[in-house]
Design a binder for this molecule. Sequence first.
Ligand SMILES: [Zn+2]
Length: 129
Amino acid sequence: MIPYSFSSKILLYSPNVLYLEVMSKEALDSRYTHKVLEKAEKLISEGRVYQVSKILFYIIGFHGKYFVNVEEGKFKCTCKGYKRRGLCSHIVAVLLLMSREDYKRKLDEAMKKRLELNLEYIRRGAIPR
Ligand SMILES: [Zn+2]
């Protein structure tokens, strides 16, 4: 169980269950947190999370590219969702990566696949996405 301090507190239980405890004034709708988790998993399984430095992550999101900054256990993202709610799928993806070995492995494999695909695009004379 790993608690984090940002506007929303995330606690991890079993390997397959992520429980979100929201500390912000406006309680998040459970449908929203469910969506955030689903998107975070997808970001990892598609190799869209790049660790730039110990405190900086670059996320190729589904609607844009963002940076997640992690300092002293506080997470910040440059996306609109974070500004509005203090939580987003990008932050949750980074949390999953930082706390779970299985997600790290999953990302490494997905990233390799993504890079190979990009090389294949270049071989065919196309520009990688
Ligand atoms: Zn974000």
